[in-house]
Design a protein around this ligand. Structure first.
Ligand SMILES: NC(=O)c1ccc[n+]([C@@H]2O[C@H](COP(=O)([O-])OP(=O)(O)OC[C@H]3O[C@@H](n4cnc5c(N)ncnc54)[C@H](O)[C@@H]3O)[C@@H](O)[C@H]2O)c1
Ligand SMILES: [Zn+2]
Length: 356
């Protein structure tokens, strides 16, 4: 599958390792010039799988950061740059990002700025990383609690998708990744949404390869039509205007809210707004709400927001970079499988959607 005219091919499973191995042998002068970025969990669970396929990578330099969204900041990038410097990275070095969306976002961003840009490869090890974070050339870090405020568009050499990494991924992380798959169906592919609705048991994820591939394809097609998010690509933000604000808000509290879980809540609220002002039928709204709240019961706990908490979340949204002309801009569903973008929504309706 081709990801872009300028690189960024997507490869799957065994074939992917063969291609990566040949690339490293032919394009990188020494294994020492490859820098593998991991966190402590991907170090433990994913490095052995990678090395079992490409053994000379055990001679490469490992850069480990602590796992977690809180680490996705500019200070971590500086630490990584210092490690690259210490290990004598050159403009011909390669960063191999082995991890979830946090690793691929940070590693891609560092690759885009270190020595004005070096090459990188993404090997996502979470479901969310596979179907979303590592597809579409966006890299970046958070600025305090503002999500992805600093970043760049930067194209990897490859994206390697091996769903065997998912075996060690906790259930809550699988649910988080599934949120983006549901979103892909809702915004662009009704049949895919119907297929996703048929998943009853998330433990047999090894049987979902076709769904994961299809989900990647949906995102890739949208990105290819509008790589820099001038228009159509904004539909991928469905569920994210509210979702990101919730995520930013909870980042400063004791509650752990994963990206995908915040997005599920965002999808439910934004489906309500879609019903109110964008022509989504009440039938579709109810279908979305009942499907998602059945699979994600934990959202009820987080939904227990006080008035003052909702005010704070609305304030975060007002700072969101997607705002234009003093209106909060949303991507909203017209029907399941069709989405509009640049829809201005009044604060009162956003507030109302939290109570539905
Ligand atoms: N760039 C983009 O277009 C884009 C799109 C969507 C999301 N994102 C970003 O992605 C991030 C979320 O990504 P995520 O959900 O993958 O989170 P994550 O990277 O924090 O990974 C989740 C957890 O799983 C662990 N983990 C990773 N792989 C594992 C494995 N195979 N086995 C066991 N544990 C493993 C990690 O250590 C971490 O604790 C957010 O920062 C979000 O903003 C970026
Ligand atoms: Zn997302």
């Amino acid at each position: 599958m081709k990801n872009s005219d300028r690189g960024g091919f997507i490869y799957f499973d065994e074939k992917a390792y063969e291609i990566l191995k040949n690339y490293l042998l032919n394009q990188i002068d020494s294994p020492k010039n490859t820098f593998i970025l991991v966190d402590e969990k991907t170090h433990k669970y994913c490095i052995p799988i990678l090395i079992s396929h490409i053994d000379f990578l055990k001679e490469s330099n490992l850069i480990q950061i602590q796992s977690g969204e809180k680490e996705k900041n500019i200070h971590t990038c500086i630490q990584i740059c210092k490690k690259l410097e210490k290990f004598k990275a050159t403009r011909k070095s390669l960063i191999l990002n082995l991890g979830g969306g946090v690793i691929t976002d940070i590693g891609g961003f560092v690759a885009s700025i270190f020595k004005r840009g070096i090459r990188f490869v993404n090997i996502p090890t979470t479901l969310l990383g596979m179907v979303d974070a590592s597809v579409g050339y966006k890299t970046g870090v958070n600025l305090d609690s503002i999500k992805n405020e600093i970043g760049s568009f930067y194209i990897p050499e490859f994206l390697i998708v091996d769903t065997r990494f998912l075996k060690t991924l906790p259930e809550k992380e699988i649910l988080s990744g599934m949120a983006e798959m549901f979103k892909h169906g809702l915004i662009a592919d009704k049949d895919f949404w119907i297929h996703m609705n048929q998943i009853k048991n998330i433990n047999n994820i090894n049987q979902w390869d076709h769904l994961i591939r299809h989900s990647i394809l949906i995102k890739q097609k949208i990105v290819d039509k509008d790589p820099k998010e001038k228009g159509l690509r904004k539909i991928l933000n469905f569920g994210h205007t509210i979702g990101h604000a919730l995520e930013s808000y909870f980042m400063n509290t004791e509650k752990e809210v994963l990206h995908g879980i915040a997005v599920i809540m965002g999808i439910i609220c934004e489906s309500w707004i879609s019903y109110k002002i964008n022509g989504l039928s009440i039938y579709d709204y109810k279908n979305i709400k009942s499907t998602l709240s059945g699979l994600y019961p934990m959202q009820k706990k987080i939904y227990d927001l006080s008035d003052s908490e909702i005010e704070k979340i609305l304030m975060i949204m007002e700072y969101d970079k997607k705002n234009e002309k003093n209106k909060i801009q949303f991507s909203l569903l017209k029907e399941i499988g069709k989405c509009s973008y640049n829809c201005g929504v009044p604060l009162s309706l956003i507030k109302e959607s939290f109570w539905k």
